[in-house]
Design a protein around this ligand. Structure first.
Ligand SMILES: Nc1nc2c(ncn2[C@@H]2O[C@H](COP(=O)(O)OP(=O)(O)O)[C@@H](O)[C@H]2O)c(=O)[nH]1
Ligand SMILES: [Mg+2]
Length: 193
């Protein structure tokens, strides 16, 4: 799979606009600001394919990227406190709609900032994905911001806070340094076989 052969495909604001799934969709999900766009850019080796922002909470859309004939799907970030109620409802409808549509989803990458305890929303999402039997890999982002010792300490914390952690694949990564990126690529390729 040539990750460099990447282009933005389309953004959808309503699940009713989504076409039927025709090629495998590798999904990225996680709270606003966790590093989803940065990870997409790092995976494809480009600075600006996905828009990054230090300002979370932009309008939620599901963004599709075409990576060598496979879709990378960037789900809207959750957990932005100031989102209006109507926007939260639209978000819930988008997420529930997307995962409930019987799409071809070989892998879901669930991103969590390695520095922080997972939020209730992170845990809810992971529980939902396990329950619905989606192939799941947790990606701990921004590891460049912690020392090795702090990373190990936080992994112990995740063991205690994330349900079934011992049964879930995970990768520690950084879109700054590139750590873990090849492992994520390998998981993606494996999931397509
Ligand atoms: N140090 C560091 N910063 C990161 C990393 N990934 C993302 N960021 C920063 O975190 C902020 C949010 O990133 P973004 O990719 O837009 O998050 P998204 O909302 O999940 O798409 C931006 O300021 C990024 O530069 C990382 O691996 N290391
Ligand atoms: Mg983003």
């Amino acid at each position: 799979m040539n990750f460099q052969k990447a282009s933005f495909s389309k953004a959808y604001g309503l699940t009713s606009q989504l076409p039927q799934s025709s090629v495998p969709e590798i999904v990225l999900c996680g709270r606003s600001n966790v590093g989803k766009s940065s990870l997409i850019n790092k995976l494809v080796g480009r600075k600006n394919l996905a828009r990054t922002s230090s300002e979370p909470g932009k309008t939620a859309t599901i963004n599709f990227y075409d990576i060598d004939g496979v879709f990378l799907v960037d789900l809207p970030g959750y957990g932005y406190a100031k989102k209006a109620q109507s926007e939260k409802e639209r978000f819930n409808a988008l997420m529930g709609g997307y995962f409930g549509m019987d799409r071809d989803i070989p892998l879901v990458l669930s991103l969590i900032d390695i520095r922080h305890e997972p939020s209730r929303l992170d845990i809810n999402l992971i529980e939902f994905l396990i329950e619905a039997e989606f192939p799941l890999c947790i990606v701990f982002t921004k590891c460049d911001k912690l020392s090795k010792a702090q990373i190990n300490k936080n992994l112990k914390m995740f063991e205690e806070t994330i349900p079934c952690f011992e049964d879930i694949h995970y990768v520690v990564c950084s879109s700054e340094t590139g750590e873990g990126i090849d492992t994520i690529k390998a998981y993606i390729e494996e999931s397509l076989n």
